[in-house]
Design a binder for this molecule. Structure first.
Ligand code: ATP
Ligand code: MG
Length: 650
């Protein structure tokens, strides 16, 4: 194994941080030993109409999974993100919007945002949306997306965001699944200079009987000045409707456990799950984790590059930052437009202090070389974050060196759509970082490792990552299917929340996510996570990206099948294949030596940028007839290419 590095906490950073090592230890202990007292206090970071008297009422018993936090309190998420800030920070910028085209941007103050949200909330009401109704948002990264989310929350409607890259079929299924009354979309979206016809996708989705039956109205933002098909009886222009609407819209008083939104998982491991998140606990957790994990201080400019179509966009572009009165940057474009220096240009232009992105984006930048961000001034950066997949140590070092200039702590944040907020993370003022490790639990989170029989394993060990008790941000159910919720998360290991991920805990108590449990490879009786082998490969200079899966092997049980995307400038040769095999042997050991290596120009990824190993496994098994749910696959043509050049033919 390559030597493990440790980056100590910078004492100067810790001195100004919300949480230092001492505070972390004391608060963590209280959070798990006295959750009522701890969360009862933390709940006060929100404004409640009716204060709660009960804090926690939860059980993971598979016969009766029930999760309630702050259950007798009432509040409103939109009020907490807007109204309560008006007096003190009405003129402060809430959202910096950076358009796809670098010459387009907007600065929206809390007062402006409040007014826009009130107007649109009144539009929704006028279109017949009532408390408890589901509204589907199918929007690009434009301010109207945040406005629509907060407008729904304001009137007690439940939003269900469908990422703008999804097909009409995927959209139709989600509209029908949520029995959604209304869709908000834009005529086109703009990404990398190209106009994508979103409204046409909605039109197509609404030809599906189920979607058509539930959806009555479509509100359309005019993003691009282009012809748009129109149904007078159903379609409403956003601009016209808000212009006529009042700016006065009182907030609805919501129970803590009233649903705030439905959101589907990425579909990396199977059919996406539509998770239900509620108001009180989710907002407390999003607000607290945003402040502490990113060490957000008043006046900081914070940028999370996720799309609002994913949970990261919900918790860490909109709800967490706005609840905290932060300035949050929303980016419409892509890192490669107009050229690969875009991230750097945006950091410089808006003087970004905290930057939060995904390993897939970091690896894509890495492929372009050390000077990819050109001469952009990155000196305002104080902290970097990563989310979505394990970050390979090699990518971590690059992120630290090239973007962070060696002076920014990196928070590798492990969490899931289901968890609502960050669960395992090195708090920047408290926890020394080990590249590739998400490290330590956040407040109130009790991770554990269990073997396949459900026995808890202590000390340094590897196993199934589970969580022992509830935390406020946790999803309450799968929308309309509590049984699937119970079966998926609470029945494999009784009494625990099952994450579906594997992890290793080292002697210092740090957690290392090894990959999806379903992806674990068993070679001659040795269990191996995908992350470790992939990280070893990415550490080779020729490798830009790697994905590792198992396939049936007569002698070993499972063989190791590796897909490799090369860095620009490297050729796929037999020589290189041999070299990579030797490389893995020396980095990890002979047991991890790849049996088959396929050079792959592209990987099958979800639309959120994660590798779908289950598809790669099928191809490796030479059994690609039924690939399962591929509705969230970003580029299906990649799959055909991989099948054509597969290395294992039975
Ligand atoms: P599906 O549940 O439909 O298969 P998904 O799990 O990809 O999709 P998300 O909820 O978006 O959907 O992703 C959560 C998963 O992403 C985690 O379970 C984990 O596997 C991975 N992940 C997220 N952040 C990290 C991280 N910092 N380190 C390692 N893995 C991470
Ligand atoms: Mg998942």
């Amino acid at each position: 194994m390559s030597e493990e590095k440790i980056y100590a906490v910078d004492p100067a950073f810790a001195a100004n941080a919300h949480i230092d090592a001492e505070k972390y230890a004391a608060m963590y202990e209280q959070s798990v030993n006295e959750p009522e007292a701890f969360w009862g206090e933390q709940g006060k970071r929100l404004d409640w109409f009716k204060p709660y008297t009960k804090v926690k009422n939860t059980t993971f018993d598979p016969h009766n999974v029930s999760i309630k936090w702050f259950e007798d309190g009432t509040l409103n998420a939109s009020y907490n993100c807007l109204d309560r800030h008006l007096e003190t920070r009405g003129d402060q910028v809430a959202i910096i919007w950076e358009g796809d085209d670098p010459s387009e941007d907007q600065k929206i103050t809390y007062r402006d945002l409040h007014e826009r949200v009130c107007r649109f909330a009144n539009v929704l009401k006028a279109q017949g949306v009532e408390k408890g109704d589901v509204v589907t948002l199918y929007l690009p990264m434009i301010p109207e997306a945040a406005v629509a989310m907060l407008a729904c929350a304001r009137i007690g409607a439940v939003h269900s965001i469908v990422f703008g890259g999804f097909s009409p079929e995927a959209l139709a299924a989600r509209i029908e699944g949520a029995n959604s009354k209304l869709v908000v979309t834009s005529n086109y979206s703009l990404r990398g200079g190209k106009a994508v016809p979103l409204k046409a996708n909605v039109d197509k989705a609404l030809t599906h009987a189920g979607a058509k039956k539930s959806c009555e109205k479509v509100i359309v933002v005019k993003r691009v000045d282009k012809e748009t098909e129109w149904d007078d009886a159903r379609d409403v222009w956003y601009d016209e409707a808000v212009a006529a609407a009042s700016t006065d819209c009182p907030v609805e008083e919501m129970e803590a456990e009233a649903p705030l939104f439905i959101l589907y998982t990425s579909g990396s491991t199977g059919a996406p799950k539509g998770l239900k998140h509620t108001t009180g606990g989710y907002m407390v957790y999003a607000s607290m984790s945003h402040e502490y994990v990113f060490d957000y201080h008043d006046g900081d400019i914070y940028w999370c590059t996720a799309d609002v179509g994913w949970v990261t966009g919900h918790s860490y572009i909109v709800y967490g930052p706005l609840a905290n009165g932060a300035t949050t940057l929303m980016f419409e474009g892509v890192p490669s437009y107009p050229d690969n220096s875009r991230f750097g240009r945006v950091i410089e232009k808006h003087k970004v202090n905290q930057f939060y992105t995904a390993p897939t984006a970091i690896r894509a930048l890495m492929q372009q070389g050390e000077d990819v961000l050109g001469d952009s001034d990155l000196s305002t950066l104080k902290l970097l974050g990563s989310v979505g997949e394990p970050i390979n140590p090699e990518a971590w070092e690059w992120y630290n060196r090239v973007i962070g200039k060696g002076k920014c702590p990196i928070v590798d944040t492990w969490w899931q759509t289901e968890t609502g907020g960050i669960m395992i993370v090195p708090l920047p003022g408290a926890t020394a970082a080990k590249p590739g490790s998400a490290s330590m639990p956040f407040f109130g989170v009790q991770p554990a490792l269990v073997d396949n029989e459900g026995n808890e394993i202590e000390g340094a060990a590897e196993g199934n990552l589970v969580i022992k008790d509830s935390w406020p941000g946790q999803s309450r159910s799968i929308w309309g299917d509590h049984e699937r919720f119970t079966n998926t998360y609470f029945s494999s290991f009784k009494g625990y929340y099952t994450t579906g991920d594997g992890a290793r805990r080292d002697a210092d108590g740090y957690y290392w996510i090894t990959g999806r449990v379903d992806d674990v490879i068993n070679v001659s009786g040795h269990r191996m996570g995908t992350a470790e082998v992939e990280s070893a490969l990415v550490a080779h200079e020729a490798v830009a990206e790697a994905a590792v899966v198992g396939y049936p092997h007569d002698l070993k049980g499972q063989g190791i099948y590796v897909y490799v995307t090369l860095q620009a400038g490297f050729e796929p040769t037999d020589e290189l294949m041999k070299e990579l095999r030797n490389w893995v042997r020396s980095e990890i050991g002979p047991i991890a030596s790849p049996d088959l290596i396929q050079f792959a120009p592209g990987m099958p990824k979800t639309r959120s940028g994660k590798i779908m190993r289950r598809i790669l496994r099928k191809i490796a098994e030479d059994d690609f007839g039924a690939l399962g749910d591929t509705s969230t696959l970003a580029d299906p043509s990649v799959v055909d290419e991989l099948i054509e050049h597969r290395m294992n033919r039975k």
